[in-house]
Write a protein that binds this ligand. Structure first.
Ligand code: KDG
Ligand code: MG
Length: 403
């Protein structure tokens, strides 16, 4: 079998997605992968179209590991978000082909099910504690057992994970990035109080947690992890920037709040020290940004003997193929922790069908061969690329802050 064509399709059914469609010389056999990097979609699409696709033509798509090694190690320039996202798109499409050819869902190729479904979490945000409480209740009524809680911070302008209420936030000129203003002091005062409120009103059973989004210094993160300890968070997500791996030790020394890191890591080499030194409890890389399933299953295998569980990144800004890959891995690996999920709008389902189904607080893997996803190329054409950015963050004094 040979790869005959690699199509790179950029489409914007509400937000931008980059899809890799790999065609083979077996009639009707192709695979689809996701190579979406939020706000940098065209950089990945160019890398794929101009640099990587020509290297794939004529290769045997069955040889996934060899193709992965060839792209990652054999072409000298390696790593980073753009290249690892491009590689993920290829990798997912190749696994999809392998599954379709075998007539088996991906989880079966990964060793088969160790569980029936993947416990998943959703997001709840609000302008104040009562609004967050209501939002969490709403999610619990839909069956969710794990909920991420974010609240607007008084004195800050725009808050990560909360619908924008400040009319000045999100007002962008010519689709340039929106600006948020963020100060650590009110944030550090507010978050422990939020969880005190939620535990008081919602009890102990629902699993709650919070995404810091890499905004704290090591000592601030240590303080937050310690102050939320009484409220037994499922984990504290991304308390530090991805560069501050060794500083996780400081956070650890001050608290037993479980820590989750990884959506900004791009390879197993970045995961290694935080796993082997047991500085985290959950590894939550983005399969679309670390080179795909081939790399993710290795990361999971490294994590397993250290008691580190997975929590693969699953936001709306990666396509259903990655969500599907997440769940196939989740149900196959022994050290699965939890899975982030979104409900895709109908228009995304029309263009990119096959996102995993949600039922009873869990995601269920696609039973169709391969990833179980597809792209409707005709529908995709109706939604051309639109430039869009993530917001940016500054301190009150005007200086740039981490997102
Ligand atoms: O593109 C960035 C988003 O994917 C990220 O901000 C979402 O932090 C996120 C999460 O945990 O889903
Ligand atoms: Mg996050």
């Amino acid at each position: 079998m040979k790869i005959t064509e690699v199509r790179v399709i950029v489409t914007c059914p509400g937000r931008n997605y980059v899809v890799v469609k790999i065609m083979t010389d077996e009639p009707g056999l192709y695979g689809v992968g996701d190579a979406t990097l939020n706000g940098r979609e065209l950089a990945v699409a160019e890398a794929l179209e101009k640099h990587l696709a020509p290297l794939l033509i004529g290769r045997d798509p069955e040889r996934i590991e060899d193709i992965w090694q060839y792209i990652f190690r054999g072409t000298y320039w390696r790593g980073g978000p753009v290249l690892m996202t491009a590689l993920a798109g290829i990798d997912l499409a190749l696994w999809d082909i392998k599954g379709k050819r075998a007539g088996l869902p991906l989880y079966s190729l990964l060793g088969g099910k160790t569980r029936e479904c993947a416990l998943c979490y959703t997001h709840a945000g609000g302008k104040d504690f009562v609004a967050v409480e209501d939002a969490v209740r709403g999610k619990m009524e839909r069956g969710f057992k794990v909920v991420r809680a974010q609240v607007a911070v008084p004195g800050n302008r725009g808050t990560y994970g909360v619908e924008m209420q400040d009319p000045r936030v999100g007002v962008v000129e010519e689709a340039l990035p929106a600006l948020e203003i963020w100060e650590p002091a009110p944030y550090l005062r507010t978050i422990p109080r939020l969880f005190a409120h939620l535990r008081d009103k919602l009890g102990d059973e629902v699993e709650l947690f919070h995404d810091v989004h890499e905004r704290l210094t090591p000592i601030q993160a240590a303080r937050l992890a310690r102050e939320v300890e009484p409220f037994h968070l499922f984990f504290l997500e991304d308390p530090l920037r991805p560069e501050h791996k060794e500083s996780l030790r400081l956070v650890r020394q001050h608290s037993v709040t479980p820590l989750a890191m990884g959506e900004l890591y791009h390879s197993r080499y970045e995961c290694l020290p935080v796993i082997t030194e047991q500085l985290i409890d959950f590894i939550r890389c983005d399969i679309a940004h670390i080179g795909g399933i081939t790399e993710a299953r290795k990361i999971a295998a490294i994590a397993e003997p250290y008691g580190v569980l997975t929590a693969w990144h699953g936001p709306g800004d990666i396509a259903p193929m990655t969500h599907s890959a997440n769940v196939h891995l989740d149900v196959a690996i022994p050290n699965f922790g939890v899975q982030e999920m979104v409900f895709f709008p109908e228009v995304v389902q029309e263009v990119l069908p096959g996102a995993p189904a949600y039922r009873d607080g869990a995601l269920w893997p696609n039973e169709a061969p391969g990833l179980g996803c597809d792209i409707n190329e005709e529908a995709a054409k109706k939604y051309p690329y639109q430039r869009a950015y993530l917001p940016t963050v500054r301190r009150a004094d005007g200086s740039v802050h981490d997102w």
